[in-house]
Design a protein around this ligand. Structure first.
Ligand code: F6R
Length: 256
């Protein structure tokens, strides 16, 4: 695990965009795993900016989203399909046939999950996967006690996650209870992983993920077992790390 600490989420997000930039420059048909939520918004904005300035070409890139709410149609404003269009996809030259988001309204949700795994395999696997982290330690929507061997499947959200995400809905009652999420094993199969975490609210769980024991109660702790994982933090999210000074001294090198 490589931990990099930045003064704020602006500088951290530019660095995250640099990683995408380098990946796509090196491999124009890269397969990216992509998250939603508040954390990656500045990274998406930076990527859109670079694309609009003619510096980044997404024509051959494919994307796989980590998750989607069950029961929300892609046109629903709180769906992750809508989030991706609004914050990223509509502004870049990606081919829509290369965009993959689990279908939360599929009539056969189980087949939809299994097919998602096949789609990832057929695309050659994920080259670079971005993650956020939930305040309960989830990655994707693999909530505490998720199996480390899990694949894309249906999951029930914890009350904590539903509460955290209720800001994107009219009320808590409108937050779906179920989601489709890539599994932990699906995530771990990505060749390279970058997790972003910003703000005080994430400080405790970030410390548990990086410096705590490997535990299914902190699903993100599994990243300790991935060879090529980088954790990108702002100062606040890093504030509870005991080895914070050490991480701050390390060079911030964009992974090759
Ligand atoms: C979203 C996802 C989640 C979020 C996490 C953090 O696609 O997979 O794991 O990354 O809930 O959300 P924010 O960034 O809103 O704090």
């Amino acid at each position: 695990m490589e931990v990099t600490i930045w003064p704020d989420s602006d500088s951290a997000s530019v660095f995250a965009a640099d990683i995408v930039d380098k990946q796509i420059t090196k491999k124009p048909d890269s397969v990216l795993g992509v998250p939603t939520g508040g954390t990656p918004l500045k990274m998406y904005a930076e990527l859109v900016k670079r694309h609009s300035e003619g510096n980044l070409d997404f024509r051959r890139v494919s994307t796989f989203n980590l998750d989607e709410y069950v029961g929300l149609d892609p046109t629903h404003p709180s769906s992750y399909a809508a989030y991706m269009r609004q914050n990223f996809l509509q502004y870049i030259n990606i081919q829509f046939s290369n965009v993959h988001i689990p279908n939360g309204t599929a009539t056969d949700l189980i087949s939809c999950c299994n097919d998602y795994e096949k789609l990832i395999k057929n695309a050659g696997g994920i080259d670079l996967l971005f993650l956020g982290i939930g305040t309960d330690g989830h990655i994707g929507f693999n909530e505490p006690t998720s199996s480390f061997r899990s694949k894309t499947r249906l999951k029930m959200l914890t009350d904590q996650t539903r509460k955290d995400n209720s800001k994107y809905f009219k009320s808590m009652a409108d937050v779906p209870e179920y989601v489709i999420t890539m599994g932990i094993a699906t995530i771990m199969e990505a060749r390279r992983i970058v997790l972003l975490a910003f703000g005080k609210k994430k400080a405790d769980i970030v410390a548990a993920m990086i410096e705590g024991p490997l535990a299914s109660m902190v699903p993100a702790s599994i990243l300790q077992m991935h060879e090529k994982t980088m954790i990108i933090l702002d100062d606040e999210a890093a504030s509870k790390l005991t080895q914070r000074k050490y991480y701050s001294k390390l060079d911030k090198v964009i992974p090759d």
